[in-house]
Design a protein around this ligand. Sequence first.
Ligand SMILES: [Zn+2]
Length: 451
Amino acid sequence: MNPTDILMHRGWRNDSFWTHPWIYRTFLKRIPVFFDTRALIKSQYWQRTMHDSLAAQKIRRTAEHAAHIPLWENVMRENEIRPEDLSIDSLATLPIISKKTFASLSPEQYCDMRRARQSVYDHTSGSTGRPLNFWFDWMSELRSFAITERIMRSVGTARLPVVYMRSRYRQGFTFRKHIWFFLRGFGSVQYRLRDLLDIGKRLHGKFILYGYTSSVVEVARQLRDAEESMPVAAVMATGENISPTSRALVEETLSSDFRMVYASREAGWLAFECEYKTMHINEEWAYIEIVDSEGKRIPDGEEGRIIVTCFEARAMPLIRYDIGDRGVRNRSTCACKRTLDTLHMSGREAEYIRFSNGYVVSLLDISAAVDSFAGAVQQFQIILRGEADFLIRVIPGPLFDEVLDTLSELLTRTIHPSAQISWEKVESISEAESGKARYFIRETTNTHADI
Ligand SMILES: [Zn+2]
């Protein structure tokens, strides 16, 4: 079986067949995932020319699917590009879109509503302070299962179960045995450590621990202080970069391998660290470009904004999507022999707010709390005015007033019981010069409240 055929969904590997509700809602969907995974395990060692040729075909296919959706129809007409002519080079001539673009349009303009029924409706704001509602369709979910399976196999071939610590369920994650360990934020790890240890015991063997970087580092810290251990084979972390000291802490305390994964809810699993701690791009899943502040594509080796074109998103295509992170792309010279290009991330350092009583909260956890309510907030900015005095500026969404009390309560629980939270409704929120939304401003000079 030719991996290119499988990765391009040709022949029997047909999307509309495998995502038919009669098939998709049964165990039968494991069949395409099995073959997708096999193809992906092979393709990570392909020659460079094969990656480029697959990317070229996928870019073209993505444009063809998007072409009948009003937003993309306009974009292609205005730029005088026919979808079938789109290439890796000409992709760079299309405009960059962002969460802001989607916020100014109605879903009918950027979604294939026929596919919305076979999709999961989800929302995210990540590290940008700008929530985005999106549709994750079954086709991309199928492929996403295989991508995560490849990432997990890079840790070892055994089919270890996964414990994932998050405040929300994650779509398209894994077919392996997995346990969702509810965690509101890294600050609650100390209260939930016993529960986590119990899960470890119940699994009777090693498992993979997955979570936000700040959460897994906190688990390691708490285990060290409690002189406890857990049978963790590998740690997969996402959301924020990790410092070498924290990486060493996790690896020593849990005696396991630590791997960063670059993922976002809307764009999926974009890159993963191999056994040599090199971050490889999932080139079969998405095309990643690096651009300068003006949006012009820059060569390998230079640092800039990360722009993503997702190959599998059909219900809501993402073409040249500004994900809000920065990094450097390079050709792989990695000892692991994977030929997938590499990505060095320069953004997304975890940011913490420390209180004088030693309590610490991570900004990503605050952002996740705001994300609990779809349609409540269009954009937000958190301003720290004093030790526990927060002003949250919001561009309200239609449901804001309705959920305000619940949201305030949830934020107080996430941040600190003594936190003072006030709200200010605004019509716009200023951006940083890079164009990235500034979702956190520290106004206080209080020495306790720093990073
Ligand atoms: Zn490698």
